[in-house]
Design a protein around this ligand. Structure first.
Ligand SMILES: [Zn+2]
Ligand SMILES: [Zn+2]
Length: 293
């Protein structure tokens, strides 16, 4: 739905502007050689520079970067080149995707980019002959990710052919059918993510989690609480300790020695803490779970 690519007087690439007012630029537009878009390490930084600095973006409210799938060299280079405020993870319900999403969260965590939302594409088929949500690819792992990492915003995008056909027509479904069910998901998603990004920008106080006098201390806003380490270790929600799919507890209370203690405590993204234990196990606890403890 967009065309025309030219340079401004300052020799900057002019981003293509959709009639909705959204500016966009893609490596595919800039790649005038027409060859396949295969990029290797050093080239990536150059292309990113060209798309970011070499484009006449003007004033932007938000810049959204669509990263290629995966957590390889290219993704790492892009993420390190740009000071990102936040990341949104896109996934699908297939079980194999869960592993990729965890890798993605780990990558952003190492780079201290908060993951503010998860979007599951092709979540369910919106049937026109019944009201049921047909989960063609099975029940996804999104809820598990939300529980494990404490990510607040999770969205399901249904399988609706019009999402693709409208995109190809140049009029996105949100614009073509602004009151429709799909548009509502996109609106909720955009609103929640914008709110979360500004919340992080304004107030980035995480609780402090420390180990002292045999207890784990959680302090925030002048209030403190102490948690028994063995009790917390027994509440580990990882796939080793709790069956991923049945939710049944695998770890027995007796498996955890009473004198267990943390060997390392570090933040895991914006919403959780990672604790390495003296039994060589490592657990992730969302702050909100610690607050309820
Ligand atoms: Zn049906
Ligand atoms: Zn565990």
């Amino acid at each position: 739905g967009v065309d025309g690519l030219y340079y401004t007087k300052a020799n900057l690439l002019k981003p293509i502007e959709h009639k909705s007012g959204m500016k966009l630029m893609s490596f595919a537009y800039a790649n005038t050689q027409g060859g396949p878009a295969i990029m290797r390490g050093p080239m990536v930084s150059q292309v990113i520079q060209q798309l970011l600095v070499g484009c006449d973006w003007g004033h932007l409210d938000y810049l959204i970067i669509d990263l290629p799938p995966g957590t390889g060299d290219i993704q790492l280079t892009i993420t390190q080149t740009i000071a990102m405020d936040a990341a949104v993870i896109i996934t699908t319900p297939q079980k194999i995707s869960f592993i990729d999403v965890v890798k993605g969260i780990d990558m952003f965590n190492k780079l201290e980019v908060p993951v503010v939302g998860i979007i599951e594409n092709m979540s369910y088929f919106l049937c026109d002959s019944c009201d049921k949500k047909h989960r063609i690819f099975g029940e996804g792992a999104m809820q598990k990710l939300v529980d494990q990492y404490g990510i607040r915003n999770a969205f399901e995008i249904p399988i609706v052919p019009a999402i693709a056909t409208q995109g190809d027509n140049g009029l996105p479904l949100v614009a073509a059918d602004p009151d429709g069910e799909v548009a509502q998901v996109y609106k909720d998603l955009a609103g929640d993510i914008v709110r979360e990004v500004s919340r992080i920008a304004m107030d980035n106080t995480k609780p402090s989690v420390t180990f002292a006098d045999g207890m784990i201390k959680v302090e925030q806003d002048g209030t403190a609480k102490s948690i028994n380490p063995a009790e917390l270790r027994r509440k580990c929600g990882c796939a080793h300790c709790v069956d991923e799919f049945s939710g049944e507890k695998r770890l027995q209370d007796a498996d955890v020695p009473e004198d267990i203690k943390p060997t390392d405590i570090s933040t895991m993204g914006n919403y959780a803490v990672q604790i390495a234990w003296s039994d060589s196990h490592s657990s992730i606890y969302p702050y909100r779970n610690l607050a309820d403890f």
